[in-house]
Design a protein around this ligand. Sequence first.
Ligand code: URA
Length: 190
Amino acid sequence: MYNSFDELERDCKACKKCELCKTRQNVVFGVGNKKAEVLFIGEGPGENEDIKGEPFVGRGGQLLDKMINAVELDRNTNIYIANIVKCRPPQNRDPLPEEQEACMDWLRNQIALIKPKIIVCLGRISAMKLIKPDIKITKEHGIFFEKNNFIIMATLHPAALLRNPANKPAAFEDFLKLREKINEVCEHTY
Ligand code: URA
């Protein structure tokens, strides 16, 4: 385990634990406040993220920013955003189970150092890995689970909302619930 976020980031950026290192342009480690009480976790970088080295910077990311900003959250000040896998899977395919497992130690260390109160899984892959393998995200998004002393919720992936805009209001409800939960359990004034 790491004591220093900077050392963790440095080692992660040199990672060669799986094949994704061969095709990546950048390792997408994460963005935000390292002391955030709320941690968002997506699936893995897409093309734009691979180019920029930052999570959720494409069209899905713009939608995510709109929703988080609407509940007074901001990627540069009071939350942290990371992914299950730190390198882009070719053609944006789902990360393979072995790629997810190879990458999980980076995320485990990020979580251990950030010590968030609330974790929000963005999409099915993240929810399956972090909440339960058989989660049905269409039914169970917006529900707060308790796991390993974290409060953890899944919401629909922003890219899925772009494909299916009719689900945007349901996803936004999740963000309103998140705001209520933050008011209830977080110490910092958000
Ligand atoms: N989708 C994700 O799950 N993560 C990103 O960083 C970008 C798109």
